[in-house]
Design a protein around this ligand. Structure first.
Ligand code: AMP
Length: 215
């Protein structure tokens, strides 16, 4: 199964991806996670990406496409994948279309996760992420606090607030989303595999996606 998850920052793409991974045994490909790993490693890609990420801007399309091209070649993608946070521009969507066609692959679903802006803001400012790059479990200080304060339930590493989750950067990310990524809803709207789902409660949202995927 091959799925694109669209949605604003904080819409729930990471949470829904985790549930889809468990249910369908497919891999999550988050360009945000790939870039954060590159930043942590101090690679050339990471050094180029960090500046854009820390001010809530998008990393250039060609850098992203290079990451995706390499990632989709990995054998673990054979069973299927969830694209989380990609594509984020029309140029990326066009490049993805060509890439998938070249690989003989089709998409099973393009899902737009919907949540009102006050919900997005609350989720983003209350989110905490495991600092262990191999884990990156997500917590929320209100709705999903860790069992031990400041420590990841899964691996015990420290949980932290991401550099790009300060109020000012969050506002910049939301405005980048509105300008560059929201137009992708129209881009995919006529595709028969496109559908939109409200994402206020993760379990309910996941159930609705599951019901659509079975059709
Ligand atoms: P995310 O965790 O998906 O919100 O991504 C964090 C940051 O990584 C974004 O604010 C962008 O700076 C960058 N990023 C992630 N995915 C993309 C993408 N597909 N295109 C451009 N920049 C991206």
């Amino acid at each position: 199964m091959r799925v694109i998850l669209l949605g604003a920052p904080g819409a729930g793409k990471g949470t829904i991806s985790t549930l889809l991974v468990e249910q369908y045994g497919i891999v999550q490909i988050s360009t945000g996670d790939i870039l954060r790993n590159e930043v942590k490693k101090g690679s050339t890609v990471g050094k180029e990406a960090a500046g854009y990420m820390n001010r809530g801007a998008l990393v250039p399309d060609q850098v992203i496409m290079e990451c995706i091209r390499e990632r989709l070649k990995e054998p673990d993608c054979a069973k299927g994948f969830i694209l989380d946070g990609f594509p984020r521009t029309k140029a990326q969507a066009d490049a993805l279309k060509a890439l998938l066609a070249g690989m003989g692959l089709v998409l099973d679903a393009v899902v737009n996760l919907e949540a009102p802006e006050d919900v997005l803001l609350r989720r983003l400012t209350s989110r905490r992420t495991c600092s262990n790059t191999a884990c990156q479990a997500i917590f929320n200080i209100y709705t999903k606090p860790p069992r031990v304060e400041g420590k990841c339930d899964v691996c015990g590493s420290a949980i932290v607030q991401r550099d790009d989750e300060t109020e000012a950067v969050i506002q910049a990310r939301l405005s980048t989303y509105r300008e560059k990524t929201a137009p992708l809803i129209d881009y995919y709207a006529k595709d028969p595999v496109f559908f939109a789902v409200p994402c206020l409660d993760a379990k309910e949202c996941f159930a609705q996606i599951g019901a659509r995927l079975k059709k």
